[in-house]
Design a protein around this ligand. Structure first.
Ligand SMILES: NC(=O)c1ccc[n+]([C@@H]2O[C@H](COP(=O)([O-])OP(=O)(O)OC[C@H]3O[C@@H](n4cnc5c(N)ncnc54)[C@H](O)[C@@H]3O)[C@@H](O)[C@H]2O)c1
Length: 443
C-alpha cells in the first residue's frame, strides 16, 4: 500500500521504516531540509536501537523514500500520516499549528480520495478540526473530493521504538467508517498475524486513549515518587516497598521505580495538555494537577540533597554527572531531569562535568559552549577533580562501575544517585557517602 508520512521524527521515521520493512511503499516528507538530505545519505537523525539497518535497507530497495516536497507527498500516498510535533503552547495546551499546517497543505493539493491518519498526540476534537480545515480549503478550491480523517495514536517508547512498532501491544484506530477501519486493518495486517491487535473505536475515544495511557503512566511514577518522599520521612525503604507492592498482580512491577522525576517529549507535555483541555471545559482534574506538581518537585530533589549536603554552599564545586538523556537508550533530552539539575547547579555557581552515551551532541546543541559545562568522552573522565558524582539516567553502563576508582578519583567519596542504582549498605561498606531516593541507609 502507498503511504506518505509528514514529520520524520522519533515517531514518523520509525513507523515509516517499519511499514516499508513489511513491504509497503512509504514516502517520508519533512520540512527540515538538512534532515532529509542526511537521511538520503544514510545519516539517521536520532539514536534509536535497530533503526539504522532498516532505514538503510529499505531506502536502498526503494520502499522508503525521503523528500521535502509536500506536492510529492500529497500525490503519493493513499494514506497520509500526520506525525508532526504537538509541543506545548505557552499555556501548556497542545499546539496544533504543525498538524493544521499539514492538513491545509493536503487540502490545497489533493486531487483524489485520501485517508488522513493522525498519528501525532492531539487533544480530543482535533480530528474534527482537521476535517473542518480540509473542507474549508476544498470549498475555497471549489472541489468535492472524498476523504476520511482517522485517529491512530502512537504508543512506541523511545529506546525500544522499532520493537514497539514491529510488535505493537495494540493498534488504536478511531474512525466513523467501517470501510476505513477495513483499510486500516489491511495496512496493519503485517503486524497483526499472531492475533488481532487492532482496537477500533470512535474518533474522540481514540484521541483520549493516548492521553489516558500517558497520564496513567505518569501517575504511577509520581505516585511512587510521593511514596519515596514519605519513606524518607518515616525511615522506610522504598525498594522494599516497591517489591512489596509490585508483587500484587493488580499493581505490577513496571513503572513503579522512584527517581528524580519523569521527562521526555511525551509525559510532561501530555499531562499538561490534558489539564489545560479539561480546565477549558470547566473540569478540574485534581489527579493530573497533583501528578504534575509532584513531578516538578521531584525534579528538584537531587539539587536539594546536594544543597543540603554542602550546607547551602555549592558555589565553586565541580560535579561529575552521569546521564543527560531523559531515560536510557535515547539521545532525547526534552524535559530531562538532568536539565533542571544542571541549570540549578549553574545558578548556584557550580561546574558540571557530564557524560552520556548518546546525548552529548544534543546537550551541546541545547546549551552551546559555556564555561561551567564540560562534556567529556567517558564516565571516568568526569570524575577527575570533581567534588562528587551525580547519577541522573540509569544507563546500563552506570550500573556496575569501578567503585574503587570512583572513590580514589573524587575529591570526596560522595554519590548522589537519582535512580537508586546501587545498594546503600554496600556503598556504606565501601566508605561512600551515598544519597539515593527514599531508602533507609541514606547518609
Ligand atoms: N517521541 C515519542 O516517544 C512519541 C511517542 C508517541 C507519540 N508521540 C507523538 O508523536 C508526535 C511526533 O513526535 P516526535 O517525537 O516524533 O516529534 P519530533 O519533534 O521528533 O519530529 C517532528 C518532525 O515534524 C517535522 N515537521 C514539522 N512541521 C512539518 C510539516 N509541516 N511538514 C512536514 N514535517 C514537519 C519536524 O521538522 C520534525 O522533524 C507528537 O505529537 C508526539 O507527542 C511521540
Amino acid at each position: 500500500m502507498k503511504v506518505t508520512f509528514y514529520g520524520i521524527g522519533y515517531v514518523g521515521l520509525v513507523q515509516a521504516a517499519v511499514f516499508a520493512d513489511r513491504g509497503h511503499d512509504v514516502l517520508c516528507v519533512d520540512i527540515d531540509e538538512a534532515k532529509i538530505e542526511n537521511l538520503k545519505k544514510g545519516i539517521i537523525p536520532i539514536y534509536e536501537p535497530g533503526l539504522t539497518p532498516i532505514v538503510e535497507q529499505n531506502y536502498k530497495e526503494g520502499r522508503l523514500q525521503f523528500t521535502t516536497s509536500i506536492e510529492e507527498g500529497v500525490k503519493y500516498g493513499d494514506f497520509q500520516f500526520i506525525a508532526v510535533g504537538t509541543p506545548p503552547d505557552e499555556d501548556g495546551s497542545a499546539d496544533l499549528k504543525y498538524v493544521l499546517t499539514v492538513a491545509t497543505n493536503i487540502a490545497e493539493l489533493m486531487s483524489d480520495s485520501k485517508i488522513i491518519v493522525n498519528k501525532s498526540t492531539v487533544p480530543v476534537g482535533t480530528a474534527e478540526k482537521v476535517k473542518n480545515r480540509i473542507n474549508e480549503v476544498l470549498n475555497e478550491r471549489g472541489k468535492k473530493i472524498n476523504f476520511h480523517v482517522v485517529s491512530n495514536p502512537e504508543f512506541l517508547k523511545e529506546g525500544s521504538a522499532v520493537d514497539d512498532c514491529t510488535k505493537p501491544d495494540r493498534i488504536i484506530v478511531g474512525t466513523d467508517s467501517d470501510d476505513v477501519a477495513n483499510e486500516m486493518h489491511e495496512l496493519y495486517a503485517p503486524f497483526n498475524r499472531n492475533h488481532d491487535r487492532m482496537v477500533v473505536m470512535d474518533i474522540k475515544s481514540a484521541e483520549l486513549t493516548k492521553y489516558a495511557a500517558n497520564c496513567m503512566l505518569a501517575t504511577k511514577i509520581s505516585f511512587m515518587n510521593e511514596m519515596s518522599n514519605i519513606a524518607e520521612q518515616v525511615g522506610a525503604d522504598i525498594e522494599a516497598v516497591r517489591k512489596g507492592i509490585g508483587s500484587d498482580s493488580r499493581i505490577g512491577y513496571s513503572f513503579i521505580y522512584p527517581g528524580c522525576g519523569y521527562g521526555g517529549s511525551c509525559f510532561p507535555k501530555d499531562v499538561q495538555a490534558l489539564i489545560r483541555a479539561t480546565d477549558s471545559i470547566g473540569f478540574n482534574s485534581e489527579i493530573l494537577k497533583a501528578v504534575e506538581a509532584v513531578n516538578y518537585r521531584q525534579k528538584e530533589t537531587l539539587f536539594n540533597k546536594i544543597h543540603k549536603h554542602y550546607n547551602g554552599n555549592v558555589k565553586g564545586k565541580t560535579f561529575a554527572l552521569w546521564g543527560l538523556s531523559f531515560k536510557p537508550n535515547t539521545d532525547d533530552m526534552r524535559e530531562a531531569p538532568s536539565r533542571v539539575l544542571m541549570e540549578a547547579l549553574w545558578e548556584a555557581g557550580a561546574q558540571v562535568q557530564a557524560f552520556d552515551p548518546e546525548s552529548m551532541e544534543e546537550c551541546q546543541r541545547i546549551y552551546g559552549h559555556r564555561d561551567d559545562l564540560q562534556l567529556l568522552g567517558t564516565k571516568e573522565a568526569t570524575l577527575q577533580a570533581a567534588d562528587a558524582l551525580i547519577i541522573v539516567t540509569e544507563w546500563q553502563q552506570f550500573r556496575a562501575p569501578n567503585f574503587e576508582h570512583i572513590h580514589s578519583t573524587l575529591k570526596e567519596p560522595v554519590i548522589f544517585d537519582g535512580r537508586n542504582l546501587y545498594n546503600p549498605k554496600r556503598m556504606q561498606k565501601l566508605d561512600f557517602t551515598y544519597y539515593s531516593i527514599g531508602r533507609v541507609v541514606n547518609a
